[in-house]
Structures are given as structure tokens and as C-alpha cells.
Design a protein around this ligand. Structure first.
Ligand SMILES: NC(=O)C1=CN([C@@H]2O[C@H](COP(=O)(O)OP(=O)(O)OC[C@H]3O[C@@H](n4cnc5c(N)ncnc54)[C@H](OP(=O)(O)O)[C@@H]3O)[C@@H](O)[C@H]2O)C=CC1
Ligand SMILES: O=C(O)C1=N[C@H](C(=O)O)C[C@H](O)C1
Length: 262
């Protein structure tokens, strides 16, 4: 970092989250957007010109930002991670929907630069995940069903956050080893199932609900994002924290454990 000023690059600058990050950066003291790119031509966002994503490597070399924030799609995120590794620029990515091989590619980039990947930058989701782990461990034998709801333009299903929560549940409840995505026809529930339900409707920002049921009682744990600003703020906190780290693989929990942005 150059003194107290954090210089960021933003990919997917024309998308819902890219715009939100640029707008949040404009509102935050000590943060400047040095590079903003998109695959397709995009008008300036909050006064920041948006360049062609094909020029990212040149722009990273000429502008030398402290960190790149990426909310795009899996293929692009992997390509941008490779550009970051080559340019020595730390990467924060909130992109979801990666295949396992693409995660391996991201991890390879983290040999060269710090890479922070998070399926959700809301602090409430971090708290939800802790609560779900505790509840699932405390309620052995209870059925678990997860429902996520997002806007009608979301591409990947189930959401990245839902997959993270599923991993949390499976980690503390080894008896739950079969993910069942929706049910249809003659489909009685078997004990090892975790039901997974993805709803797409309107402009819902993002909701995740975990239902635990058994022993004549139910427990529901729900997070609702009010707007995308909550994700953008978390991503900026992560960027500020990551800029001075050593190469390696990080999560949003590392930022929160350290007390948030420095
Ligand atoms: N971790 C978190 O907290 C959050 C994560 N997300 C995730 O961020 C990602 C982007 O979400 P959102 O901003 O709503 O999406 P949008 O579709 O609104 O924006 C995606 C942007 O990235 C560009 N892009 C580049 N490569 C790809 C690609 N391979 N597929 C799709 N778009 C691409 C698009 O450019 P062009 O128009 O030129 O194609 C577009 O500008 C998703 O994976 C989403 O799940 C979203 C919210 C919070
Ligand atoms: O695409 C979105 O919008 C969101 N994606 C993330 C996910 O897949 O979990 C996070 C958030 O729920 C919004």
C-alpha cells in the first residue's frame, strides 16, 4: 500500500457487484479505483472510466494497484487470477460457481500472491455459518434442509454461500452425506439427506435459511441481505486487509478474526 491510500482494480465493473464496489470505494476515504475493466463496453461508473478486460494485464503493469477485487464468472476469475499472479497483485474474489479444477487454478495463483476467496462478504453470513455449525452439532439426528433465494438473473445454483453452509453442516454432522436438490414424485426423506432448495425470483438480493427439525421442534436460522452494499463493504474490508499479506490462500474469516479492516 502507498501510505494510507488503498489503490484497487475492479473486474466485472459493469456488473451488479462491480458497480457496487466502485460506488462503495467512492464513498470510502483512503480508497481509489486505479483500474476498472469489463468484458463488454461500459460507461463510466461513479465517474470511473471502465476499460476493456482484454487490457487488464497492461493496466495492472502500468497502474500497479494494491489489490484486485473480482466479481465476475468462474472462467474470467481464473484468468484474472493468473494475471494477478504474473503482475504480483493480490486478489480478492467473490465470484461463485467454480468447478473443482477452477478452484485448483485459483489456489495455484496463491503460490505467487495472496488470494482471498469468499462466497459471501456479509458479516451476518459469517455469523450465520458459526451459528449453523453450533446448532447442527448440538442437535444430532435432526433433519437439515437449506433454502436459498436470489434474484432472477443469478446464474449458479445452489449459491456459493449455500455450498459453504453445506460444507459446514457436513463437517459437524458426518451422518449427513447426501445432498438432495429439490424433491419430486415418490421421494420420502432418508436420514442421511440434506435437502437443498434454490429459488430464483424478482430482485431478491440474497437469502439463506437453514431449517433443523426433530424431536417435536424446529429451529430456523436465516440471513437476508438488504442490499449489495453489504457485500461491497465486506470486499473492501477484505482488500484493505489482504494488500500487505504474504502469498497464500485466505478467507473472509481471516479478515474478521483479525478485527476487520486495518
Ligand atoms: N461473495 C459475495 O459476497 C457475492 C458474490 N457474488 C457473485 O459475484 C459474481 C457476479 O455477480 P453479479 O455482479 O451479480 O453478476 P453480473 O452478471 O451482474 O456481473 C458480472 C460481470 O462480470 C463480467 N463477466 C466477466 N466474465 C464473466 C463470466 N464468465 N460470466 C459472467 N459474467 C462475467 C460481466 O461482464 P459482461 O457484461 O461484459 O459479460 C459482468 O459485468 C457471481 O458469481 C455472484 O454469485 C455476488 C454477490 C455477492
Ligand atoms: O449472485 C448473487 O447475487 C449472490 N451470490 C453469492 C452466492 O452465490 O452465495 C452471495 C450472495 O448471496 C449474492
Amino acid at each position: 500500500m502507498n501510505g494510507e491510500q488503498l489503490s484497487i482494480a475492479v473486474t466485472g465493473a459493469g456488473g451488479r457487484m462491480g458497480r457496487e464496489v466502485i460506488e462503495a470505494a467512492a464513498d470510502r476515504e483512503g480508497v481509489a479505483v486505479a483500474v476498472a475493466v469489463n468484458r463488454t463496453a461500459t460507461d463510466p461508473v461513479a465517474g470511473v472510466p471502465v476499460d476493456d478486460a482484454a487490457d487488464l494485464r497492461d493496466l495492472l503493469a502500468s497502474e500497479a494497484p494494491d489489490v484486485l477485487i473480482d466479481f465476475t464468472g468462474p472462467e474470467s476469475a481464473v484468468a484474472y487470477a493468473e494475471a494477478c499472479a504474473d503482475a504480483g497483485v493480490p486478489l480478492v474474489t467473490g465470484t461463485t460457481g467454480f468447478a473443482d479444477a477452477q478452484i485448483d487454478d485459483l489456489r495455484a495463483a496463491s503460490d505467487a500472491v495472496p488470494v482471498l476467496k469468499a462466497s459471501n462478504f456479509a458479516r451476518g453470513v459469517a455469523a450465520l455459518r458459526r451459528a449453523v455449525r453450533e446448532a447442527a452439532a448440538a442437535l444430532p439426528g435432526y433433519d437439515v434442509e437449506l433454502t436459498e433465494t436470489h434474484h432472477n438473473a443469478k446464474r449458479d445454483a445452489p449459491s456459493g454461500t449455500a455450498k459453504s453452509i453445506l460444507e459446514d453442516v457436513e463437517d459437524v454432522r458426518e451422518d449427513l452425506d447426501e445432498r438432495v436438490h429439490g424433491r419430486e414424485g415418490d421421494a420420502p426423506r432418508s436420514p442421511g439427506e440434506i435437502g437443498v432448495h434454490a429459488r430464483r425470483a424478482g430482485d431478491v438480493t440474497g437469502e439463506h435459511e437453514v431449517l433443523l427439525a426433530g424431536n417435536r421442534e424446529t429451529l430456523e436460522l436465516t440471513h437476508r441481505a438488504g442490499d449489495r452494499g453489504v457485500f461491497a463493504e465486506g470486499a473492501l474490508d477484505a482488500a484493505a486487509w489482504l494488500a500487505d499479506r504474504d502469498p497464500g490462500w485466505y478467507g473472509f474469516g481471516d479478515v474478521l478474526d483479525a478485527g476487520g479492516a486495518e
